[in-house]
Design a protein around this ligand. Sequence first.
Ligand code: GTP
Ligand code: MG
Length: 149
Amino acid sequence: NERTFIAVKPDGVQRRRVGEIVQRFEKKGFKLVGFKLMQASKELLREHYWEHRNRPFYNKLVSYMSSGPVVAMVWQGLDVVKTGRKMMGQTNPTNSLPGTFRGDFCVIMGKNVIHGSDSVESAQREISLWFKESELCEREGCSAKWIYE
Ligand code: GTP
Ligand code: MG
């Protein structure tokens, strides 16, 4: 029951890509267990992107991510972290294949529409940073027997 943290970044929300992003994760067979639209504080975002604190783009990244509301989500399923990263495409949209969110929806790294956890450990850290346990809805998916063997 692997989980990942996915966020539609402020540009993705403003450009109305939330529906399609949710739709593609649903179509794939992953289960939505957490979802909220929120204006993230700079404090939360600095913590979220802590690994990049010494990079030259850190402040710009935090400003970008706080420039409007984000949709924070938790998706669950087999290998969802790795598959989620594949669905996103590369960090730089120029290197992202068509069929990926970044390949299809954007052109620059500084406005690349979506975030996804890069490992199972990052996912656990990010989920507990963005969500309270009570905000996550664990449940039996009614289509699980048609998705898994
Ligand atoms: P996230 O899912 O957002 O974490 O992206 P990522 O895992 O593909 O990339 P990474 O964690 O390395 O970087 C986080 C975010 O910082 C990227 O998605 C970009 O928005 C931004 N970023 C990364 N590298 C650069 C850079 O060299 N310049 C600028 N301007 N932004 C960068
Ligand atoms: Mg990252």
